[in-house]
Design a protein around this ligand. Structure first.
Ligand code: 13P
Length: 336
């Protein structure tokens, strides 16, 4: 384990004014996204879509790293250069999703466990050889009546910690992503209680697995009411509840917290990040690792039409720029 390299990469991913693009949708997920705009999810179309995003001129001013899916890490851009080299040439750090997805947790109805630990050491070595410098593993926690169970939380925390330790052994910065889903009907208070329990368990497991906190990033959900909850909290309340929860659970040694957007609209995800950064200095950088909130407007504008690439790229660049502004609390709705 090269501690200096890990710490340097982690800090570079949360450099001032920059955040991460999550473009690591598995084949199943990207198929749904492309189909949603009437595009067939062929390999050629997946490549053309990722090419549109990753060749956006000027993105490197706001984007520190991109999380790729296995296919994209190995693929060539339309210009012929492998995507991973195209990014690295522009100073954007290539990363890789290494989990193999969440499946039903046997014996625990309604809960999921993320798979992919078997053979992970060898896969990480191969990814490092291809130029990846960081990795991502997503655990999924659902809120429902009686859920999550303490065991469901423990099992996912254990897998995240095993993954993180293996990443650091391979000199890849682990992005540790315990996602409490926001699609239920729960209140914001319930989300806060569940997120607190999850983060407590995750950092306990990371400690026991001897993960170096200075060489990792946390990718959590925000503390927010479920999308089906009739009472939705104002932006400032989400910001205060989220930062309060993180202050209680995330050690100051962690260099950065990079939020997922989780189904929030692009504007709301930016406003929430901005409000958190306006609350004043925090022990860690508060940044973004958005998928949908960075991509959605561009995906809709592109919709498989090569003539729309410049318009789509402009929309992606705009979201990247506004989220960059939100990193210092300088975003306003007027900038939309
Ligand atoms: P969303 O921002 O769309 O939630 O995606 C982020 C991510 O990488 C989920 O694993």
């Amino acid at each position: 384990m090269n501690e200096e390299q890990l710490m340097g990469t982690a800090r570079a991913l949360v450099a001032t004014g920059k955040g991460i693009l999550a473009a690591d949708e598995s084949t199943g997920t990207i198929t749904r996204r492309l189909n949603s705009v009437g595009v067939e999810a062929s390999e050629a179309n997946r490549r053309a879509y990722r090419d549109m995003l990753l060749t956006t001129p000027g993105a490197e001013a706001f984007i520190s790293g991109v999380i790729l899916y296995d296919e994209t890490l190995r693929q060539e851009s339309l210009g012929g250069l492998p995507f991973r080299q195209l990014l690295a040439q522009r100073g954007i750090i290539p990363g890789i999703k290494v989990d193999l997805g969440a499946r039903a947790l046997a014996g625990f109805a309604g809960e999921q466990i993320t798979e992919g630990l078997d053979g992970l050491r060898e896969r990480l070595a191969a990814y490092a050889g291809l130029g990846a410098r960081f990795a991502k593993w997503r655990a999924v926690i659902s809120i429902a009546e009686g859920l999550p169970t303490a065991f469901g939380i423990e099992a996912n925390a254990h897998a995240l910690a095993r993954y993180a330790a293996l990443c650091q052994e391979a000199d890849l910065v682990p992005i540790v992503e315990p996602e409490v889903l926001m699609d239920g009907n729960n209140t914001i208070a319930r989300c806060e209680a569940v997120t607190t329990a999850v983060l407590e368990a995750v950092f306990d497991a990371l400690y026991r697995h001897r993960v170096m906190l200075e060489g990792m990033l946390l990718k959590p959900n925000m503390v927010i009411a479920g999308l089906k909850c009739p009472v939705q909290s104002p932006v400032d309340e989400v910001a205060r509840a989220t930062v309060r929860t993180l202050l209680r659970t995330v050690p100051a040694a962690v260099p950065g917290i990079v939020f997922l957007s989780g189904g929030q609209s692009p504007e709301l995800a930016t406003a929430h990040l901005n409000a958190m950064n306006r609350l004043g200095p925090a022990p860690w950088e508060l940044s973004f690792s958005y998928g949908r909130a960075l991509q959605q407007p561009a995906l809709q504008a592109w919709a498989g039409d090569a003539r729309q690439v410049p318009a789509a790229q402009a929309l992606y660049l705009k979201r990247a720029r506004l989220n960059s502004a939100a990193r210092s609390g300088d975003y306003t709705c007027a900038m939309e």
